[in-house]
Design a protein around this ligand. Structure first.
Ligand code: ZN
Length: 286
């Protein structure tokens, strides 16, 4: 025991000897180069200011709120880059309501993956609960938002009922790894309960091929491509075979016309629109 303690003491002593060499080196540096301390200090201050100012500019330009400046930098920069890449381009957002459906949504996801197109799904809670794996894939690959639990017209619901419905949808979407930020009221029916109960912006549309009525892929394709414009939000339903069949051709035709495809949230951001809770949006024109 004694000898081990002694060895430890010797070791500490020799360590202390090594440490004292470092301050001596600094003292010598300080004597020979008295301006060095000032230069290092100035460099640190300038770097700090530059990082700080740059960081807040990023947040201001995009309107993204964030609690931590540096975390915000990591999130904001890629979006800005994307915005710059898309400057002057024609943009549309494809949106799909009423799913997910075990019969059709998987096939649509395969087509979108093959074409490299990101869309927004407005899912029904009742159908999402029946297809949890599909919902997870939708969340992983696209934007997923609420179309209510059971497709009831919001003007026939109380504000409190809409609030409860939205919270239920939030739970379902979050359990799949997503984040509820928008609600699309069924039938596009917007009243006080929708505006106040959701606590989110309301996302409507401007191009509607009535795919639920025609159930014909060629007609759906023709109607969407014929009515598309820069900033349009296109409404379709992923629960119909005819719609899924039309999507590949719609993407090809619109690409020939120079269109790029974004989710609705990306489209709003690229067009510099800061969406407000309770306000309904149908397009984001340049
Ligand atoms: Zn619907």
């Amino acid at each position: 025991m004694m000898s081990r303690r002694g060895a430890g003491k010797r070791k500490r002593l020799s360590g202390a000897g090594r440490r004292s060499a470092v301050p001596e080196r600094w003292r010598r540096l300080n004597r020979e180069l008295p301006w060095l301390k000032f230069a290092v200090l100035s460099a640190v201050v300038v770097l700090g200011l530059w990082l700080g100012v740059g960081c807040w500019q990023e947040i201001d330009e995009t309107g993204v709120e964030a609690s931590g400046g540096y975390a915000a930098l990591a999130v904001v920069v890629p979006v800005q880059k994307r915005g710059q890449d898309l400057e002057g381009k024609k943009l549309v957002a494809l949106t799909f309501d009423d799913g997910p459906s075990a019969a059709t949504t998987g096939r649509l996801l395969d087509i979108l993956a093959e074409k490299g197109v990101k869309v927004t799904f407005f899912v029904l809670g009742s159908r999402a609960e029946q297809n949890p794996e599909l919902l997870k894939r939708q969340v992983a690959e696209h934007e997923v938002e609420s179309h209510t639990m059971g497709h009831i017209e919001m003007t026939k619901m109380s504000t409190e009922a809409v609030r409860v419905d939205t919270e239920q949808m939030r739970g379902i979407i979050e359990a799949a790894g997503g984040k509820l930020e928008l609600v699309r009221p069924p039938y596009g029916s917007v009243g006080v309960s929708a505006r106040e109960g959701t606590g989110t912006p309301l996302m409507l549309w401007t191009v509607d091929p009535e795919d639920w009525r025609v159930r014909d892929a060629a007609t759906v394709r023709q109607r969407v491509v014929g009515a598309a414009f820069d900033g349009a939000i296109i409404l379709m339903h992923d629960i119909y075979d005819s719609t899924v069949e039309a999507v590949g051709g719609i993407i090809d035709d619109l690409r020939v016309q120079g269109y790029e495809f974004l989710t609705v949230s990306e489209l709003a951001e690229v067009r510099g629109v800061e969406m407000v809770n309770g306000v309904a949006y149908g397009s984001f024109r340049p």
